[in-house]
Design a protein around this ligand. Structure first.
Ligand code: AP5
Ligand code: MG
Length: 206
């Protein structure tokens, strides 16, 4: 099963992708995570991506599509994958259809008012784990590896507003794109707890 996860910044794509990948034996592919790893390692891709990510804009389509195309050529995706954060505009969606076959698009629906609070309270670990301050009880280390938790650089109110605007203008049209292909399944309860959202996701995926 090949899944596209849609949703605004902070909708819970990463949180649900980890769970979906584990339960259904799929590979989790997050373009945001790939870019952040490249920025950390100061690669040429990271050098290009940084200014766009800091500004809350999309990294150019040629760069992003090529990364995903190459990633989907690896053998480990043969049992299926969850694309988290890709595609993010119509150009990317059309490009993806040239080199992949998507079975289902899950759209996580969350009120915009809640997104800022979720994102600004997010703390992440370099191992990939992600938390929210509301459930950390003041802890600042990762429960999985003991690493020090920190806020993502683009999780500040100004950049988040730009990311939300980018989402509304460029990414939201993909809801109709996948709807027209009869592949869209909407997770209506995105404001509920991660467990409740995951139960709804499993209900939709079967
Ligand atoms: P990316 O890393 O994809 O960020 P994003 O889309 O802005 O989404 P987030 O990762 O912020 O949110 P999420 O939906 O994963 O939520 P999460 O589960 O973490 O992209 C970053 C940047 O990279 C982009 O701005 C762009 O510049 C670039 N980029 C990436 N892909 C690209 C592409 N295809 N093309 C071009 N550029 C690209 O949850 C958020 C918080 O809420 C966490 O604290 C979590 O614990 C909490 N939470 C989650 N679910 C719940 C719940 N149900 N209840 C309560 N709290 C919850
Ligand atoms: Mg994410």
């Amino acid at each position: 099963m090949n899944i596209v996860l849609l949703g605004a910044p902070g909708a819970g794509k990463g949180t649900q992708a980890v769970r979906i990948a584990e339960k259904y034996g799929l590979v989790h592919i997050s373009t945001g995570d790939i870019f952040r790893a490249n920025i950390k390692d100061n690669t040429p891709i990271g050098q290009v991506a940084k200014s766009y990510i800091d500004a809350g804009k999309l990294v150019p389509d040629e760069v992003t599509c090529e990364i995903v195309r190459q990633r989907l050529e690896k053998k480990d995706v043969s049992a299926g994958y969850v694309l988290d954060g890709f595609p993010r505009n119509l150009i990317q969606a059309h490009e993806l259809d040239k080199f992949a076959s998507i079975d289902v698009c899950l759209d996580i629906d969350v009120d915009e008012a809640l997104l800022l609070e979720r994102i600004c309270g997010r703390r992440v670990c370099s191992c990939g784990a992600s938390y929210h301050i509301s459930t950390l009880n003041g802890k600042d280390t990762c429960a999985k590896c003991g690493g020090k938790l920190y806020a993502r650089e683009d999780d500040n109110p100004e950049t988040v507003k730009a990311r939300l605007a980018t989402y509304n203008i460029q990414t939201a049209p993909l809801i109709s794109y996948y709807g027209a292909q009869n592949k869209l399944k909407t997770v209506m309860c995105g404001t509920k707890t991660p467990d409740e959202v995951f139960a709804a996701v499993c209900g939709l995926l079967g």
